[in-house]
Ligand binder design. Structure first.
Ligand SMILES: C[S@@+](CC[C@H](N)C(=O)[O-])C[C@H]1O[C@@H](n2cnc3c(N)ncnc32)[C@H](O)[C@@H]1O
Length: 299
């Protein structure tokens, strides 16, 4: 947990990892293009590996650390934001499983960070099914050992900008029954989708086939709490990475919940305030984190 002691004070424990990624070819349950360690791009920062660095992980390269350090210099609260976002992910996962949902599509999985979505969900019910999706080969290389090894889980190397390919992917079609409610998780990923790629259209395409009672678990970086000049400089750092950053104001984030009723309280709030397990300290850092998060239930 951050030095600021947020709402969810569980430490982000890291599994032991090898520095060198391995080929996932032949792994049961990993539906990918068979990337190898050699194909992992270490020449440009990757958002998944920068995020891993913010969280104190080891699965990042020099280029990621240098970019992440520039962001930390501009936004010293980014590490707290990342950890509070993980706290939201955990509490929201428990909440949707608590509502009876037993299938999850987690898009923008990230480099495995314990506890992962399936681990949190299965603390309530060991039979929860999870389809993980990410477009980063390094996430794919770890999926076999860290995400899908216990069964009832699959990984798809696929891109959010092509929602039809996600819904048609065997990792999703073989695991997820669209006749029953699903939790769709878009946690800290939509701000990597440019307006030109129609993020609202992408969310609509992914949620349209889900039955009523399905949940949308979403968090998103926002421009509402920080100096615009600093945020422009942060965007410049991400522009050199494999995915540019599009921070959005609250009203734009709210639009993604079209067709859903936000669980309210707490509604759309900053991560520490989403169903905190204990009172949130009066800490200006926690009150100024540049993320919104919410859980919606499909009408
Ligand atoms: C900041 S991490 C979030 C990880 C996790 N959801 C969490 O909140 O802890 C964002 C993840 O989204 C993935 N990502 C970014 N753009 C993507 C895209 N267009 N399609 C699929 N995954 C993408 C990155 O590779 C990265 O793993």
């Amino acid at each position: 947990m951050s030095a600021h002691g947020g709402a969810d004070t569980a430490p982000v424990s890291r599994d032991e990892k090898t520095e060198h990624a391995v080929s996932d070819e032949g792994r049961t349950g990993v539906h990918s293009a068979g990337f190898t360690a050699e194909q992992i791009d270490t020449g440009r920062p990757h958002p998944a590996r920068m995020y891993d660095y913010y969280l104190g992980g080891q699965d990042n390269y020099e280029v990621d650390r240098a970019a992440a350090e520039r962001v930390i210099e501009l936004l010293p609260d980014i590490r707290t934001a990342a950890r509070e976002n993980r706290g939201f992910l955990r509490r929201a996962t428990r909440a949707v499983v608590g509502r009876g949902i037993r299938q999850i599509i987690d898009i923008g999985t990230g480099i495995p960070t314990s506890p992962n979505t399936h681990e949190v969900a299965r603390a309530t019910d060991p039979d929860v099914r999870v389809a993980y999706v990410d477009n980063d080969p390094i996430v794919s290389t770890y999926a076999g050992a860290k995400l899908i090894n216990d069964g009832n889980a699959e990984f798809a190397l696929a891109d959010l900008r092509d929602p039809a390919s996600i819904l048609a992917h065997p990792a999703v079609t073989e695991l997820i029954d669209l006749g029953r409610p699903v939790a769709l998780m878009l946690v800290a990923i939509l701000h990597f989708i440019d307006d030109a790629d129609d993020p609202a259209g992408i969310v609509a395409a992914l949620t349209e086939p889900l039955p009523p009672g399905s949940c949308l678990v979403l968090s998103h970086g926002t421009s509402d709490f920080h100096d615009p000049g600093r945020l422009r400089a942060v965007s410049d750092v991400y522009r050199e990475a494999t995915a540019a950053l599009t921070l959005r104001p609250r009203a734009r984030v709210l639009e993604f919940f079209d067709g859903f009723d936000l669980i309210d309280p707490p509604g759309l709030v900053q991560p520490p305030f989403w169903q905190p397990e204990r009172p949130v300290p009066e800490d200006p850092v926690l009150h100024g984190l540049g993320f919104y998060c919410g859980v919606g239930v499909k009408r």
